[in-house]
Design a protein around this ligand. Structure first.
Ligand SMILES: *Cc1c(COP(=O)(O)O)cnc(C)c1O
Length: 413
């Protein structure tokens, strides 16, 4: 195949068929139009806004903030971090009410949960994490370890796959306080076996904290059933909450009473408006809060949570698998022959909602792709991530994206 030839025609034909028969195809019309975008392949990093979400934000400013002013806190906002937390729990986390709160960024919540968790395992001085975990996870744990004189036990994970239960079993022991891993690896898209790894962690007497940033909203999650202790995740990726929308934290009900996080702010205190002397954590998951939560940032995500509730996470996962299978087939046929390699698991049961492909020229090609309205993202050293958000991405968009990648690689050859 010569470099200048387009991707094989049969892919375009199949893409149209797959779009026509896609049970979720009507959801695409619910997103804000972006006329200059030919192919959006980064919904795993920043989800697109829904039209209804955008309207709800505008209405919130006009009616709730503008109209209710400070009364809004008493009427709704004070409880919103927990109300939305419960919605997330029910629809996308497999978590019963009262265990999830929406609050700070993922980075800050990770610190609060990790710091609170290790305090529950006194005498144990190790935290297990993997070398290819997302940077913020590694840095936050470095901070906790250095603060408390603990040691990080690194699992050397393969950037093209991820962490397996046997690798966790090999490093946990009676010194392990906490294991922190990503459910879907941000680079390869590897989907970890969260239930098995949680069991292995518990068998060593340690606590398990899952980072769900790249799985929530695209992969079924059953925190209660899996016996997970703690979890955090973003709401601006597959939940389309908007740039900087606040993250969520989950603390298992059985741990809540003894769990104390380190940022003792007024909003997480018992009897907030007593303004009393001394900090006493609020009962329940409210104790995760510290200061005034970002209410404005919580508004848009609710629409997507409602959409997911309607579509069903099983149906969303099924489309996600079809999208990544199709993308990998297309890459294998039209990009691998010109030097691209696949850096994600080929077995769909081991893969989340995005795939990563490698080529030494991807760093240089990315700005040119963005210029053409084709928007994947680049991850050093030479990875291009294709994020396929099941509610908003079409199969034809995948073809257009791969076609543009192929054309960019041809430039200068
Ligand atoms: C996106 C992502 C984050 C982001 O953290 P912020 O505090 O929102 O910047 C953290 N962890 C993982 C695994 C991510 O994918």
């Amino acid at each position: 195949m010569s470099l200048s030839s387009p991707v094989p025609q049969h892919f375009s034909v199949r893409a149209v068929e797959l779009d026509d028969t896609d049970p979720l195809c009507s959801y695409r019309d619910l997103f804000v139009d972006a006329p200059s975008v030919v192919s959006y392949l980064d919904g795993n990093s920043l989800g697109r806004p829904t039209k209804a979400g955008a309207e709800q934000v505008a209405r919130f400013v006009a009616e709730s903030w503008g109209g209710r002013l400070i009364r809004g806190w008493d009427e709704e906002w004070f409880d919103l971090p927990l109300t939305i937390g419960d919605e997330l729990g029910r629809v996308v986390l497999g978590a019963a009410a009262g265990q999830t709160a929406v609050g700070d960024s993922t980075s800050v919540l990770l610190y609060k949960l990790a710091r609170g968790a290790v305090a529950l395992r006194p005498g144990r001085d190790e935290i297990v994490v993997d070398t290819d975990n997302f940077p913020t996870d590694r840095y936050v744990l470095e901070a906790v370890a250095s603060e408390l004189g603990m040691t990080l036990r690194w699992i050397e994970s393969d950037p093209r796959s991820g962490v397996r239960a046997d690798e966790v079993a090999a490093v946990v022991g009676d010194r392990t306080a906490l294991v922190v891993l990503s459910h879907v690896a941000y680079r390869s898209g590897y989907l970890a076996d969260a239930a098995s790894i949680t069991r292995v962690t518990h068998a060593a007497g340690a606590l398990m904290l899952w980072d769900l940033c790249h799985s929530v909203g695209s992969v079924p999650i059953e925190l209660d059933e899996w016996g997970v202790d703690l979890a955090v995740g973003c709401t601006y990726k597959y939940l389309n909450g908007g740039p900087g929308s606040p993250a969520f934290a989950y603390v298992r009900a059985g741990l809540l009473e003894e769990f104390v996080q380190p940022i003792w702010g007024w909003m997480g205190r018992e009897d907030v408006f007593e303004m009393a002397a001394g900090y006493r954590p609020a009962r329940g998951i409210r104790r995760i809060l510290s200061g005034t939560p970002a209410i404005l940032g919580m508004i848009a995500m609710r629409d997507t949570v409602e959409l997911i509730d309607g579509a069903g996470i099983g149906e969303i996962r099924a489309k996600s698998v079809r999208l990544t299978e199709f993308a990998l087939e297309l890459v294998a046929e039209s990009l691998v022959p010109i030097g691209v390699t696949i850096a994600s698991p080929v077995d769909p049961s081991l893969r989340g909602g995005h795939v990563t492909i490698d080529h030494p020229r991807f760093r240089a090609a990315t700005p040119a792709l963005w210029e053409r309205g084709v928007i994947p993202d680049f991850r050093a050293p030479e990875g291009l991530r294709l994020g396929l958000s099941p509610l908003s991405t079409s199969f034809s968009e995948v073809v257009a994206g791969v076609e543009a990648i192929r054309a960019e690689l041809a430039v200068g050859d």
